[in-house]
Write a protein that binds this ligand. Structure first.
Ligand code: SAM
Length: 277
């Protein structure tokens, strides 16, 4: 019998993946968690029916959400990840020799435990001595820390349930205060094709708080629409105007110095959504 995973992306459209094996399926305190092995994309982490990552294409998301801000900041030493319990973002952060501490604040400890068990290629850096794991709500954690992080990465689930507050103006104000004087944050901000209102709101909320706000895009096959947005709010440095000759060589599969500034060049329909010329 064939087993297919169907992820509904928007009313009337869905993606399907042929499943070879279900490795774990459980109700955690916060969500329905599954890790399945699929024919085309390898192992996948699914939360509440939504694909969070696949082994085949996770490098795009994790490299882009990490290296764009970390190669914009001249010397990131302390970095916070909100969400990101699979550990992929921490793995990429710890490739930067300037980083002394990477804090992961994930609300659901089961995500971390199951990813350590079934997705070792992604979670491998969570036991690194520079990584500190905090289980709790990222909204409260950010509120409690002031002037502490050079970079904050919001690696969250979609804007529903306990992640809803991670997409709001108040949260970005708290992030501003948790950052050092020349700090910056980046957030995964959904697909402009299916969720233009979310992309517009996040961009405008960030823009009302940060001196520099920029949106960049990356092609991620397993995310709805395949073309994903990330928003950066920065107190000082412009992430789209980095001297790419100064970027050292790093072991990556998607990110390159040439791509760094180029990923900020947006299609017309995306510029229209965020109201930029
Ligand atoms: N790459 C992913 C994506 O865009 O699909 C995100 C992956 S990561 C698994 C998202 C994590 O955010 C989940 O493990 C979820 O538990 C966590 N999360 C959601 N809301 C949170 C909150 N308020 N505080 C901390 N973590 C949160």
């Amino acid at each position: 019998m064939e087993m297919w995973l169907k992820e509904s992306q928007i009313e009337g459209a869905a993606m399907t993946y042929k499943v070879k094996e279900t490795l774990v399926r459980k109700k955690t305190k916060y969500q329905d968690l599954a890790i399945v092995d699929t024919e085309v994309f390898g192992r996948m982490l699914i939360l509440d029916g939504i694909v969070q990552l696949s082994i085949k294409d996770e490098f795009v998301y994790h490299e882009m959400i990490t290296h764009i801000p970390l190669f914009t900041h001249p010397c990131p030493k302390k970095v916070l990840v909100v969400g990101g319990g699979d550990g992929g973002t921490i793995r990429e952060i710890l490739k930067h020799p300037s980083v002394e501490k990477a804090v992961l604040c994930e609300i659901d400890g089961d995500v971390i435990d199951e990813c350590k068990k079934y997705l070792p290629e992604v979670s491998c850096a969570l036991n690194d001595k520079r990584c500190e794991v905090h289980i709790g709500d990222g909204i409260a954690y950010v509120k409690e820390h002031k002037n502490e992080f050079d970079v904050i990465i919001v690696d969250s689930t979609d804007p529903f349930s306990m992640a809803e507050g991670l997409f709001g103006g108040n949260f970005y104000q708290d992030i501003f205060e948790a950052l050092t004087a020349d700090g910056m944050f980046v957030a995964q901000t959904e697909t402009p094709f299916y969720l233009p209102d979310t992309v517009r709101k996040v961009y405008n909320d960030a823009k009302s708080i940060f001196p520099v706000t920029k949106l960049f895009m990356a092609a991620i096959p397993t995310y709805p629409g395949g073309y994903w947005s990330f928003t950066i709010g920065s107190k000082k440095y412009d992430p789209s105007d980095v001297d790419t000759k100064t970027i050292p060589k790093l072991d990556t599969k998607y990110y390159t110095p040439e791509l760094h500034n180029a990923c900020f060049v947006l299609p017309k329909y995306v510029k229209d959504i965020i109201g930029e010329k």
